[in-house]
Design a binder for this molecule. Sequence first.
Ligand SMILES: [Zn+2]
Ligand SMILES: [Zn+2]
Length: 362
Amino acid sequence: MTTIAHAYGFQLAAPNAFLEACELLIREPGPEEVVIEVAGCGVCHTDVGFATDGVPTRHPLPLILGHEISGRVVAAGERTGDWLGQSVIVHAVISCGVCPACRAGRPTICRQQFMPGNDGNGGFATHVLVPARGLCPVRELLPRGITLEMLSVVADAVTTPYEAIRRSGLGPEDVAVIVGAGGVGGFGVQIAAALGAAVVAIDVDRERLELASRHGAGLVLDASSTDLKGLKGAVRAFVKQSTRQGIGLKIFEMSGTPAGQITAFGLLDHGAYLAVVGFTPKPVELRLSNLMAFDATARGNWGCPPDQYPAALRMVLEGKIALSPFVEFHALDEAPAVIQAAANHSLRRRAILRPNHHEQRH
Ligand SMILES: [Zn+2]
Ligand SMILES: [Zn+2]
């Protein structure tokens, strides 16, 4: 064991149980591993799925959840010494780099991947042990208003929509429709706008829609008071008025809800592109033939390839993606309550759990 005193985390011991505090014995990092002192760990819909929806983790329970981690390297293995002291964002999906999928340029579907909080203990903790190949370095001097703990959301909530939007080839001639302007979609709106597209945001929450309209959405639509027909009509009018020449809507389902998925699919038009970014274990009924009839494309993405992290981080550091209006901080010790609040959809912003290392040392 390394000499990390008072390391602890919050583990899920059984499906649908409350997270419980547990002591954390961090083993000596292997030759290719590092130990991160967690600065912040974002709470994702996927964690809620594991904790309250019975979605099984790949590593058996008990397990410390959390895959949206930023922090500092405090212990290194034989070949990872160069990372010591470095501020980092941990990739949410850490690919092996050598398997057929990785060699084929599809690292996010690497079968040997390590996802913290799914394949092993994650970031709802003071410390986490991860393979060093899964690190994105963060420069020491950050722009005003951006902190290392805040950058935890880049691990997933920013990079996953970034990758979905990159794959769609979105550009200035396109209209992007972001369904679900919450913890992930709020960043999706900003990324799409930064790429020059005209952006529509659809959500059921007034406050989120107001935030989206202040951060790049040219049209916001409240799906709690507008039916699909109404949404379609409003989007069509917006496309016309935008004078963009792109063929087909680029639709991004970021709500991870059955209602959002039905709305996103229902908006397909000729040549449309539908990206499935949000996750729900619940099934929906769709007429799949609409893809054929509209000559449309639907695509999903599991996280973001390692080589795209620096570009996504750069957008944040250049101020093209604002983080602070979209996140809220909670003490790590509030993890059980925060997961419940996320499950009840009572959080409006992306929650970041923050261990208080300073206090622990005194
Ligand atoms: Zn996630
Ligand atoms: Zn691989």
